[in-house]
Design a protein around this ligand. Structure first.
Ligand code: BES
Ligand code: ZN
Ligand code: ZN
Length: 485
């Protein structure tokens, strides 16, 4: 399905179906032409409410305001109605907004995100006749948007959404196929983008690097581990930004085996890695002016005679020792070694993303990412920008008392907290042990265990993976690059 811009008016442009958003219950808007029919249908213009006025071939959707997220939700709703029809083409107008392009970007994001389907394992594939949606910018002159700006907004919006969908595909693929070597292959394929190089390393390298924590997690797996390192280096890059992703292609829990109910969906435990790849791809395709690195630790947490055990003591890359008390707290072990490696790149900003704890889901609910770190300003900046991107986040504060919960009698620290409370924060504090002072204020940890994967659809997210992390980070990078010029 294609999305395009036209400078024709909504009325003049020819299409099978018209989409009209009823903004803030304003039935007096010039595009609301079927007031009588809408009243007959009982349409009140509530948020996400939709109806199809057949004779006018018009889909009406309620939209609370001109906020980008309201537009996204309404457009995705319109698309779901549209897909049930046999229409090949559809059209929608833009709405006056004091920020040129915001409407268009949000609309394009919604159509691409909402249009995602994953039916690789279904023998009957979902079919849609829809070929093209046209965004008619008839009022572009009144709100001062040139056709060029409109097309740029379309390009940015579709790239952000396509990169999110790319991450979703990786996560939704079954663990039998999406193992460390497959992730490696996919990462290498990104090297076809201008300015991108990809390196990947196996067991020997991890041993040379002293990554005893990462290696221990891999021990029972019959598939070798991979540290994947992608670099995008545009000319005159102003900053170096490193994304670190937890790439547990399956998490059985290891010897501290998960119960059946908790194990299912653990193919999503590489969502941090998928997010890093999605952000990386989006940034490179948009040609953002930063040197961007994606560093991924890919392995599975399996069981077998070689498995690492509770009571083992591991040595991480920075020489710190870790008592294993629960092999299901494996993500932090992999990410700890990755963070040590990432700091050697001398980043200006370093963000790790991981489906790290069930406790984060308890704390914030299923839809919200937990932001942690030492820098108040970085945490607040990402929190604010995430709202614009449509992703939900909440800041979880570190404190000195929870830090003490990681004490071990036999090693420098334990891999789990001695308290059952505050598990998302203690996991973040565990990672903080691997951050050198010089990088304390340049690091953020995102626990995406809640929103990364859901077995029910929410908003414009389908059942399954959501690609969490991609949109908020691309929004952030784009926003920062604007202030740069
Ligand atoms: N991968 C899980 C966390 C997770 C939970 C991801 C729910 C997605 C959805 C992680 O490796 C894990 O098992 N964490 C344990 C930590 C505990 C043993 C301290 C948990 O959350 O139970
Ligand atoms: Zn686990
Ligand atoms: Zn895990």
């Amino acid at each position: 399905m294609n999305i395009q811009i036209s400078n024709k008016t909504l009325e003049d442009f020819e299409a099978d179906i018209k989409i009209v958003l009823v903004i803030n219950k304003n039935f007096e808007h010039k595009w609301v032409k079927d007031k009588e029919a809408l009243e007959f249908l009982g349409f009140e213009g509530e948020s996400e409410e939709s109806t199809f006025v057949t004779h006018a071939k018009t889909i009406y959707v309620g939209c609370e305001s001109l906020e980008a997220e309201e537009i996204r939700l309404a457009c995705a709703k319109a698309l779901s109605v549209l897909k049930k029809t046999k229409a090949k083409t559809a059209k929608i107008g833009t709405y006056s907004n004091d920020c040129p392009g915001v409407n268009i970007k949000a609309m394009s994001e919604a159509f691409v995100l909402g249009g995602y389907t994953f039916d690789q394992y279904k023998s009957k594939k979902s079919k849609s006749t829809l070929e093209c949606i046209t965004i008619c910018c008839d009022d572009y002159s009144t709100i001062n948007i040139s056709l060029e700006t409109a097309n740029k907004a379309l390009h940015v919006g579709t790239t952000i959404a396509a990169s999110t969908n790319f991450a979703k595909d990786l996560i939704n693929t079954i663990p039998f196929e999406m193992h460390s070597l497959k992730l490696e292959e996919i990462a290498h394929s990104l090297a076809s983008i201008d300015g991108v190089t990809c390196k990947s390393y196996g067991k020997e390298f991890l041993e040379e690097q002293g990554m005893g924590a990462f290696l221990a997690v891999n021990r029972a797996s019959h598939i070798p581990p991979r540290l994947i390192h992608l670099t995008y280096k545009p000319e005159n890059a102003s900053k170096k930004i490193v994304y670190v992703g937890k790439g547990l292609t399956y998490d059985t829990g290891g010897l501290s085996l998960k119960g059946g109910e908790h194990m299912v969906t653990m193919k999503c435990d590489m969502s941090g890695a998928a997010a890093a790849l999605g952000i990386f791809q989006g940034a490179a395709l948009l040609g953002l002016p930063y040197e961007i690195h994606a560093i991924i630790g890919a392995t599975e947490n399996a069981i077998g005679p070689e498995a690492y055990k509770p009571d083992d003591v591991l040595v991480a890359k920075n020489g710190k020792t870790i008592e294993v008390r629960n092999t299901d707290a494996e993500g932090r072990l992999v990410v700890a070694d990755l963070l040590c490696y990432a700091q050697e790149q001398k980043p200006d900003l370093m963000i790790d993303m991981a489906t790290l704890t069930g406790a984060c889901v308890v704390a914030l609910g299923e839809y919200t990412t937990g932001i942690m770190g030492h820098s108040e300003s970085l945490k607040n900046e990402l929190y604010e920008i995430s709202k614009k991107s449509g992703e939900l986040t909440g800041i979880l504060p570190f404190n000195r008392y929870l830090k003490k919960m990681l004490k071990s009698h036999i090693a420098d620290m334990s891999n789990i907290s001695s308290s059952r409370y505050g598990g998302a924060i203690t996991a973040g504090l565990f990672l903080a042990n691997f951050i050198e002072d010089a990088y304390k204020d340049k690091w953020l940890h995102l626990d995406i265990a809640g929103p990364a994967y859901s077995e029910k659809e929410w908003g414009y997210n389908q059942c399954g993976a959501s690609g969490t992390g991609v949109r908020m980070n691309l929004y952030w990078l784009i926003e920062q690059s604007k202030t740069l010029h």
